[in-house]
Each structure stands twice: as structure tokens, then as C-alpha cells.
Unconditional design. Structure first.
Length: 550
């Protein structure tokens, strides 16, 4: 393999959301040689499963573009293994996610910045990078970007069930907000989605494909990084398996962008972790980092579903005989039912008066359906997804074997803390109060889930244990910080190593309030300047909404 004779300035391991951003930004310097490695295939333009927004259930339920992880039997979830899809394709999880763009709450980032050495990760320092990456079609403003690589479509929410939902939340005492990513996250409103012309626009389409012509950028798919190569504690390359061939690639700097599961796995395989655990698998420790793979955080969610008494939901679109026309509308004109992810509205609220900012997230859908595409029963319906955001639950990602081909041990520990259990009870009670407001009277049929038989705290927690699902936001397993056991430093360099950084959701000190795709892109944009030695963008000091206790 000719690549083995070359030395690259940067080898980026993982062609997902962060990897695509870095491949673009670091190759802007024509004198810099950049190699991007991706274990999965290209994001083929012809595959409607990747590009049709309404087809998002297909890649989520298929192994074609998906690592298809599962947790260990979760001790507080009736011993269930919880499914965790992760993108195994150019664009990574941005190729299989729900296309919802949420930045997080400004106070998430200010909380990160309170730790010593983390001052440059405050909201004011992150805001210019959010703006740099966004191209919001309805226009930018002081808070939002209008000319970046990532297209953001604001939906119409033209189904009457959306009108009922927005009316119901106000009847329940909650505000509307013009933009959950702007001045005020708290409240309910429309959710921007990462689509353009009715198609999913993943990180590869936004950052990578426009620059594939650059001679200093190489992209190699179907290539599994098996180990980072060290000379002492300096990373100098990566061993890569392509089929049965193993190649060693030399690098001036290795940047790991595998995500919250793959990144700690690769670091541990390479000798970064808890020494005794590594030696037990025959791996010689290189850097002692006991927290590598620990601190795993995620959002647990479930559906609260109702039958609909009027024929206004999207249920008819599930009929097989309608789907050819729906598909043709999308293919020819980029319009119709297939052009939306249907997660068009939602919001963030405080489930109690103890929290400073929202701790519950909602998504509303004008259909009752699961992620796997199944409906709880035939007929019209609607639902909200709900789950606590500011979780204190911690899990881990640890090696089972010394092979990169074997999935690691994943434990989330959902429902393991008093706070998590209390907030779930609050979540269901608050949700029912919203969904039983007068605005829904004309539509509301039976409660399909949890159902009339679930009333007490114990029954609610049993329902969550039986039916709760991951929101697919794994993070924080290589958390950054100046010390205190952090795996990476505030410039995303691995503590104790040289020539090695991690850039992805794993470096978050704590999971953000909402979907994590937007924050990952921001981290990558900011990291690109850190790695290239560019002058950081000036912080933007703007006010943001803070609830004042009464």
C-alpha cells in the first residue's frame, strides 16, 4: 500500500461529524498533508436511506452504516441490553441521526468553563464557532450564523397537531420561544433540522465533499484503525486494517475522532487507560489514564403516546401503497412527507423549581411511532419524546479483548441515581399535564403509553425501566480538563502523551442540554483553530435567558 511510505502531518481517525470538519479546516493550508480514515463505507449519494429525512429509521435499524452497539444488561433497567446505534460511514452519526440541530443551553458551556483552565470553553468563547458553522436559511442574527457550511432548515409545522401542541404548552404555563438556539432555550418552538432541498445534509456533505479535490487531502474508507503507534509517549502513527491487510501510517499528529465509544476503545487498545486492566488483556501501558472510558453519559428517553380522534396525523403515510408516490415527490422535487424528519417541534423546560435551567427536553411528532418504524396500534396518533437532560448517571466503556474488531463493554447505568429516578417521575407527570390541556381535547383519544394503569411513582419507574430507550447521545468518556483525572486537556491533547488529540463528543466534561450533534461540530471547529495554531475567534458576549426564581 503506497500510503505506508508517506508521512502525513495529520492522520484523522474517524470520518464522522468531527473528522469531516477537521479534514476540511486543516487541509485549508495547502502545505499540510491530511489523511482521513473511516471504518465504514462512503455516504453513497444513490442510497435514499441516508438522504431521505423521513427514511431515518432505515439506517438506525440496519447494520450497513451502523456499528450496532448494545449495552451490557443494564442493572436498573430490568437487565435489558440498550441499543446504541453509531454511524459507521462517512459523516458518522450525522448520516443516521434524527437531523435535529440543538446547540445546548448557554449555561452548559459556562459550567464547563468554571473548571480551572477551561475558561476558553465558556458560552462567549463557543458562540462564534457555532455561528461559523451555521447557514440558517431564514437568516442569521446576533446569535445565529447565516453563511456557514451546515444548512439549517426551519420547518413549517403545518399539521394541526402542532398548533394544538403549541397551544397546550401555553395553557400549561410554559412560554414559546422564537429560537431554542438563540437568546432563550427555555420554552417550546420549532426545531431547526440539518436538511437542504428536502435532503439530509450530513457533515460529509457540508465539510468534506466540497474539498475532496484538494491534492493535500486523502480520504480512505473501509479502514479500521487498530492501534495508535507510539515512540515512548509520542504518537507517531496508526496501524490500519483494510480487509486482511495491515498497514502502518506515519503521522506528525494523530487526531482521534471516533466518538464516545470508539475513541476510548482505540486509546485503551493503544495503551492509554488503567494499567492493570490493560495488562490483563496483554496490552502494555503507555500512559496511565484511569478515567479513559469512564464518565460515560447519555440521555434516556421514552414516548408518551395518544390515539388521535381526528384523521389528521401522519399515519396514512405508512400505507405501502402511498409510499411510491411519497418517494417520487421527494426524488423529483425534494418535497412532501419524505422531505421532513417530522421532529419539527419541541422544547426545554424545568421539571421542578430546584434547577437553574431546563432539565427536560421534548420532541413532538404528529404520529405515534417508534424509532424502528413500528406503530403501537393501527390508526391515527401523536406523541412526545421526553427525557431528563442534566443527568448525574455515569457509565463506562471498557475493553473486552485486545482486538479492535470486538465491541467494548458498554454500561450506561440508566436510572441508577436518586436524581434520575425523581426527574423521570416529574417528567411523566409534567408531560401528562401538558398533553391533557384543553387544546388537545378535540384530538385526544386513549393514552397508549404509558397508559391508564401507570399512575404511582413505582409504576412510572417500572414503565421507564421496561420501555426507556437511549436518545443516542453518548458522550464524556475522554473528558477534557486541566487535571482531576481528565483524559484530555483544554486544547484536546491527551494528558501524558504527545502528538495525540481527541476531538468528538467524548471530550465533553458533561453532556449538553439536548441533541449533541451541534456541540460536536462546534468543538471540532474550535479544535481546528487550536490544532492549526490559528488565532481563536474573538468571544461574543451576549445576554441569554436566565430563569429568575419567584
Amino acid at each position: 500500500m503506497q500510503l505506508a511510505t508517506q508521512t502525513f502531518d495529520y492522520v484523522i481517525v474517524g470520518g464522522g461529524s468531527a473528522g469531516c470538519v477537521l479534514a476540511n479546516r486543516l487541509s485549508e493550508d495547502a502545505s499540510t498533508r491530511v489523511l482521513l480514515l473511516e471504518a465504514g463505507p462512503p455516504d453513497y449519494r444513490w442510497d435514499f436511506r441516508l438522504h431521505m429525512p423521513a427514511a431515518l429509521t432505515y439506517p438506525l435499524a440496519s447494520r450497513t452504516y451502523n456499528w450496532w452497539y448494545e449495552s451490557e444488561p443494564e442493572p436498573f433497567m430490568n437487565g435489558r441490553r440498550i441499543y446504541q446505534p453509531r454511524g459507521k460511514v462517512l459523516g458518522g452519526s450525522s448520516s443516521i441521526n434524527g437531523m435535529i440541530f440543538i446547540r445546548g443551553n448557554p449555561m452548559d458551556f459556562d459550567s464547563w468553563a468554571q473548571a480551572p483552565g477551561m475558561e476558553a470553553w465558556s458560552y462567549a468563547h463557543c458562540l462564534p464557532y457555532f455561528k461559523r458553522l451555521e447557514r440558517r436559511f431564514i437568516g442569521g442574527d446576533d446569535y445565529r450564523g447565516g453563511a456557514g457550511p451546515l444548512p439549517l432548515t426551519t420547518p413549517d409545522c403545518d399539521n394541526p397537531l402542532f398548533d394544538a401542541f403549541f397551544a397546550a404548552v401555553q395553557e400549561a404555563g410554559y412560554p414559546l420561544t422564537d429560537d431554542v438556539n438563540g437568546y432563550q432555550q427555555e420554552g417550546f418552538g420549532k426545531f431547526d433540522r440539518t436538511t437542504q432541498h428536502g435532503r439530509r445534509w450530513n457533515a460529509a456533505r457540508s465539510w468534506l465533499h466540497p474539498v475532496l479535490h484538494r491534492p493535500n487531502l486523502q480520504v480512505i474508507s473501509r479502514s479500521l484503525a487498530t492501534r495508535i503507534v507510539f515512540e515512548g509517549t509520542r504518537a507517531v502513527g496508526v496501524d490500519v486494517a483494510r480487509g486482511r491487510d495491515l498497514t502502518r501510517l506515519r503521522a506528525g499528529e494523530v487526531i482521534v475522532c471516533g466518538g464516545a465509544i470508539n475513541s476510548p476503545q482505540l486509546l485503551q487498545l493503544s495503551g492509554i487507560g488503567e494499567p492493570s486492566a490493560l495488562r490483563a488483556l496483554g496490552i502494555e501501558p503507555v500512559v496511565e489514564s484511569p478515567e479513559c472510558g469512564e464518565n460515560l453519559q447519555d440521555h434516556l428517553e421514552l414516548y408518551v403516546q395518544y390515539a388521535c380522534n381526528q384523521p389528521v396525523s401522519l399515519y396514512p403515510a405508512l400505507a405501502w401503497w402511498r409510499q411510491p408516490w411519497i418517494g417520487l415527490q421527494w426524488l423529483l422535487w425534494g418535497k412532501g412527507t419524505a422531505a421532513s424528519n417530522h421532529f419539527e417541534a419541541g422544547g426545554f423546560i424545568r421539571g421542578n423549581e430546584r434547577v437553574r435551567y431546563p432539565n427536560l427536553q421534548y420532541h413532538f411528532l404528529p404520529i405515534a411511532i417508534r424509532y424502528d418504524g413500528t406503530s403501537p396500534r393501527g390508526g391515527h396518533g401523536y406523541q412526545v419524546h421526553v427525557g431528563p437532560m442534566n443527568t448525574d448517571v455515569r457509565g463506562h466503556v471498557r475493553l473486552r479483548t485486545a482486538s479492535a474488531s470486538d465491541h467494548p463493554e458498554i454500561v450506561f447505568n440508566y436510572l441508577s441515581t436518586e436524581q434520575e429516578r425523581r426527574e423521570w417521575v416529574e417528567a411523566i407527570r409534567v408531560t401528562r399535564r401538558i398533553m391533557t390541556q384543553p387544546a388537545f381535547d378535540a384530538f385526544r383519544g386513549d393514552e397508549l403509553a404509558p397508559g391508564a394503569g401507570v399512575e404511582t411513582d413505582e409504576q412510572i419507574l417500572d414503565f421507564v425501566a421496561r420501555e426507556g430507550e437511549s436518545a443516542y447521545h453518548p458522550s464524556c468518556t475522554c473528558r477534557m480538563g486541566a487535571g482531576d483525572g481528565a483524559v484530555t486537556d483544554p486544547e484536546l491533547r491527551v494528558h501524558g502523551a504527545q502528538g495525540l488529540r481527541v476531538v468528538d463528543a467524548s471530550v465533553m466534561p458533561a453532556v449538553t442540554n439536548g441533541n449533541i450533534y451541534g456541540p460536536v461540530l462546534m468543538i471540532a471547529e474550535k479544535a481546528a483553530d487550536l490544532i492549526a495554531g490559528n488565532t481563536p475567534l474573538d468571544p461574543i458576549h451576549l445576554p441569554h435567558y436566565r430563569h429568575e426564581a419567584t
